[in-house]
Design a protein around this ligand. Structure first.
Ligand code: C2E
Length: 408
């Protein structure tokens, strides 16, 4: 299948721009063998390249390109399939935008077009090209340091406490994972996620329950989460608990139960964030809305969990006006290399800022993911890069320290 791949990258300091023409001429010979054609633009700082060819060949070339030290911050912008090439006659044409006016470059690019129905401006690849030539998206080119520029150092002051034991733990338990503000080295919240008796996944525990008992079990389990949080001494931090959205509808007096257990364990409702998962199916909308009102009226706060993973996220956002949203980890994974993920995260940040909803990035595993998200404006993070969930207690947190050679 014919693949069109478009990426953008940042030239490395040691590369002489005078050498580019030679490099492109060499690359063209290799690309011709594997049937790859395309266009390369350079504006003195950034490269923009469009590659077209058989899928396997383009993928293999792109892997090599990503590892090439002559550039960094490589971001894949478009991956699309087409019946024929847009630029079939060109080996690999280079346009240096510093040498030609943008109109000249755009016209030259159009003249190279070989599509059957002449290239038109509603073609996505051409739109990307125009945007780059006209330098229209530059504020979104977030540059980050290499992955090895930070060390992550375990906070010795947060040595794990002994595990706490409660009778309910024969059936289930809770693991705790902090939500952190890494640059101010602050734990802002603890997230409690359910675990089976052997420490296994919550899905394993829930799958043994019937449809009628699952909601009751979901709610009642939170008594143990509050008791553990109390023993851990979470002081003025918030505690994030998870609930299926329908738990608040199906279990009578669910909010009263939560408030009672919160206060019985020396916590206050304002400290509790109830995270409902975007994937949870919501039926009986009127009852759900009433439960949300009751929850907010009690002082507890509301978060939408796994935001972006399901189909109802935007609607839920308009319906229940949460205090926080937690971006799903599948969107966070490799965000630093993916144009589509970056666009989604930037849109989430923009609309959350308009609505004064705070944003948490979840499942952060790589330093580059964190650096990019931080540069985009996110301050609160959950993920194994900082701390892995710990059963029945608080885990140690690793804080980032920039290495000396990268300090300003
Ligand atoms: P979630 O709300 O997205 O919870 C975070 C999950 O991501 C947890 O999995 C956690 O262990 C995992 N995680 C945290 N950091 C990372 C990371 O850096 N990388 C990766 N790959 N994973 C990470 P867990 O505990 O298996 O929970 C899975 C899901 O089960 C949760 O997803 C949540 O939707 C649900 N869940 C957990 N506890 C409860 C609960 O008490 N009630 C309900 N209704 N659902 C729960």
């Amino acid at each position: 299948m014919l693949l069109t791949l478009v990426y953008r990258s940042h030239v490395s300091e040691h590369v002489q721009s005078a050498s580019l023409e030679g490099l492109v001429a060499q690359a063209s010979i290799k690309n011709e063998i594997s049937g790859i054609t395309g266009i390369l633009l350079f504006d003195g700082t950034h490269f923009f390249q469009l590659l077209e060819g058989p899928e396997d060949a383009v993928d293999a070339l792109y892997s090599t390109i990503c590892r090439d030290r002559r550039h960094h911050n490589v971001v894949e912008l478009m991956r699309d399939y087409a019946p024929s090439r847009r630029f079939g006659n060109v080996g690999m044409e280079l346009f240096d935008l510093r040498k030609h006016h943008e109109d000249v470059v755009l016209q030259a690019v159009l003249d190279k077009g070989t599509s059957k129905y002449r290239l038109t401006y509603d073609d996505r690849a051409l739109q990307f090209l125009c945007t780059f030539v006209q330098a229209r998206e530059k504020e979104n080119y977030l540059e980050i340091l290499p992955s090895g520029s930070w060390s992550f150092i375990a906070d010795e002051a947060l040595k794990p406490e002994v595990e706490f034991i409660f009778p309910e733990m024969q059936d289930y338990s809770f693991a705790f994972q902090p939500i952190v503000d890494p640059l101010s080295k602050e734990i802002v919240s603890y997230e409690a996620t359910l675990r089976g008796p052997d420490g296994g996944s919550p899905m394993g525990y829930f799958s043994q329950l019937s449809r009628t008992t699952i909601y009751e079990a979901d709610l009642k389990s939170k008594k143990l989460a509050f008791a553990l949080a109390n023993k851990m001494g979470i002081s003025n931090k918030t505690l994030c608990i998870k609930l299926l959205p329908m738990t608040l509808v199906m279990v009578p007096d669910a909010v009263e139960f939560l408030v009672q257990e919160i206060t019985a364990n020396g916590l206050v409702p304002e400290q509790i964030v109830v995270a409902i998962t975007e994937n949870g199916v919501i039926t009986r909308e009127d009852k759900f809305t009433a439960a949300m009102k009751q929850l907010k009226a009690s002082g507890m706060r509301l978060a939408i969990d796994d935001f972006g993973a399901g189909s109802a996220g935007l609607l839920l956002l308009t319906q229940c006006q949460p205090d926080k949203i937690m971006i799903d980890r599948n969107i966070i994974c490799d965000v630093h290399t993916s144009g589509p993920k970056q666009a989604v995260v930037q849109a989430i940040i923009r609309f959350c800022s308009s609505l004064e909803v705070s944003v948490i990035a979840t499942g952060v595993e790589k330093p580059e993911e964190w650096m990019w998200l931080d540069a985009a404006g996110i301050c609160n993070f959950q993920g194994e890069l900082f701390a892995t969930p710990r059963l029945n207690g608080a885990p140690v947190v690793a804080w980032p320290e920039v290495k000396q050679e990268y300090q300003l």
